[in-house]
Write a protein that binds this ligand. Structure first.
Ligand code: NAD
Length: 489
């Protein structure tokens, strides 16, 4: 189905075709792709060259695949918990054996650094392994009631539709399908149109591991066709969506008609709060990673740095060499810390935030070909500036001073988003107070880490609804059924 063209073959330059692509958070990312109707030509963002051609699933094909997934659900939910666990462990083992292959594929498809891509493939393995422990432990409760026995069951939902963005194609797919399958659901999965290759490969590996056909089906194609088919089809009982707030709210409205279950992981504009008593050297040395990792195409990017006024100048002095040392180069190189942006259109969108902004300093990046953007630090003259308020989703960070703790929390919360954030201070009491005060689903103190597969992940406010990962996510793929059995008859 997928033909892999080498970088130097067909080689059409995608830069013109992708000018109006996903970067603008176009509700339908298809605009970023080139090629004949019904076909996506997948482009390597580091070279601008076509690496593969992928047929797009039609609406009729999506509906037929959902019908097959609904039939497969009838038997998958009856698979004994121990057998379902063994199949998921085997799937994890097969992914483990293909980590290098998946990572190299992701480098070509998404421009991720090879180091990050290895972590991402390994994360799918780990998430599968983690949820393989779930089927035998998915127990209900016995609740004392007079006159009988009252028990609860965690019932699977049916078919789950997982819709994935282009920025982390592998982990976000795994965060959806692993708990959904463990809980006894079948899954239809739509990768982003720009980045379908690793998801397609994961679907093949699932079959290789012995998962029955139609238990996990990968359907590449357009959001407005395949994604909307998931929302419209009554057999799809839950949508697990990660992407922009704009598309997420539209999907939420679509799900309302059928009271369809929904998890939303949406945009972010997270704060990195640096107090005067912080380990300033460490805060400055790690700040570039917190926003430039994955070229800033990270919903958790700490793209607003708030620095307490007495250390503001010193922090910028320390930040500048750290930004300039950040290695932006061919993502296939082991030394690369940052690769290109996903498309020419996205680069144009990111650059637009520099118009009229005060640039403090920049790092460097290759000239091209490919969709490169240098790491850039902007000084916010006021919190009203566009680059301070909007999710840029690129290697651009804004810095603003603050005076006291109350102002820091107020500025951190002055956004429609609430996904993650960091707090740098040596004062434990302040760390707790600020962590309780900031409206975000995930916060780290003296660290930038956001994601561990065994802890919950998700957003507050317009960053999302529900939680992924950890034990909470498993229950979100079930409905609780209460059964009362009379004993006094
Ligand atoms: P997007 O919303 O444009 O697309 C996401 C997915 O939705 C794609 O597969 C797309 O094809 C599909 N889609 C588009 N229109 C649709 C429709 N009408 N119906 C159903 N599906 C449709 O997002 P993107 O540009 O791919 O990804 C970037 C966004 O994702 C950023 O806002 C980022 O913050 C967010 N994100 C959030 C998280 C999180 O966990 N909170 C993680 C990663 C990315």
């Amino acid at each position: 189905m997928v033909s892999n063209d080498s970088d130097d073959s067909a080689g059409s330059d995608n830069s013109a075709g992708s000018d109006d692509s996903a970067g603008s958070h176009d509700p339908d990312d298809s605009a970023g792709a080139v090629g004949a109707v019904g076909v996506t030509q997948v482009v390597n963002p580091a070279t601008g060259l076509v690496v593969a051609t992928v047929p797009q699933t039609t609406a009729a094909e999506a509906e037929a695949a959902i019908d097959r997934a609904a039939r497969a659900y009838g038997s998958w939910r009856e698979v004994a918990p121990g057998d379902r666990a063994r199949l998921l462990r085997r799937f994890a083992a097969v992914v483990d054996a293909h980590v290098e292959e998946l990572a190299e594929l992701e480098v070509r498809n998404s421009g991720h650094t090879i180091g990050n891509a290895r972590w991402e493939a390994g994360n799918v393995r780990d998430v599968l392994d983690y949820y393989a422990g779930a089927p035998e432990r998915l127990t209900g409760r016995q609740i004392p009631v007079p006159g009988g026995l009252n028990v609860t069951f965690h019932e699977p939902l049916g078919v789950v539709g997982v819709i994935v963005p282009w920025n982390f194609p592998m982990p976000i797919a795994g965060w959806g399908f692993a708990p959904a399958l463990a809980a006894g659901n079948t899954v239809v999965l739509k990768p982003a149109e720009l980045t379908p290759l690793t998801a397609i490969r994961l679907g093949e590996l699932a079959l290789e591991a012995g998962l029955p056909p139609d238990v996990l089906t990968v359907l590449p194609g357009r959001g407005s066709v395949v994604g909307e088919a998931f929302v419209a089809h009554p057999a799809v009982r839950k949508i697990c969506f990660t992407g922009s707030t704009e598309v997420g709210t539209r999907i939420m409205a679509g799900c309302a008609a059928q009271v369809k279950r929904l998890t939303l992981e949406l945009g972010g504009k997270s704060a990195n709060l640096v107090f005067a008593d912080a380990d300033l050297a460490r805060a400055a040395a790690t700040a570039p990673y917190a926003v430039f990792d994955n070229a800033g195409q990270d919903c958790c990017a700490r793209s607003r740095i708030l620095v307490q006024r007495p250390v503001y100048d010193r922090f910028l002095e320390l930040l500048e060499p750290a930004v300039q040392a950040f290695r932006v180069e061919d993502p296939a190189l082991e030394t690369a810390e940052m690769g290109p942006l996903i498309s020419a259109g996205h680069r144009k969108s990111v650059s637009s935030y520099l118009d009229g902004a005060e640039v403090a300093f920049t790092g460097s990046c290759p000239e091209g070909p490919g969709f490169w953007h240098a790491p850039t630090v902007l000084l916010a003259r006021s919190p009203a500036e566009r680059h301070w308020r909007e999710e840029i989703f690129g290697p651009v960070v804004s810095v603003l001073p603050f005076d006291d703790e109350a102002e820091a929390v107020a500025l951190a919360n002055d956004t429609e988003y609430g996904l993650s954030g960091s707090i740098w201070t040596q004062d434990v009491g302040r760390a707790i107070r600020v962590a309780r005060g900031v409206e975000s689903g995930n916060l780290s103190v003296n660290s930038h880490s956001s994601v561990r597969y065994w802890t919950p992940f998700g957003g507050m406010k317009r960053s999302g609804l529900g939680r992924e990962l950890g034990p909470d996510a498993l229950h979100a793929f079930t409905d609780v059924k209460n059964v009362f059995l009379a004993t006094d008859a």
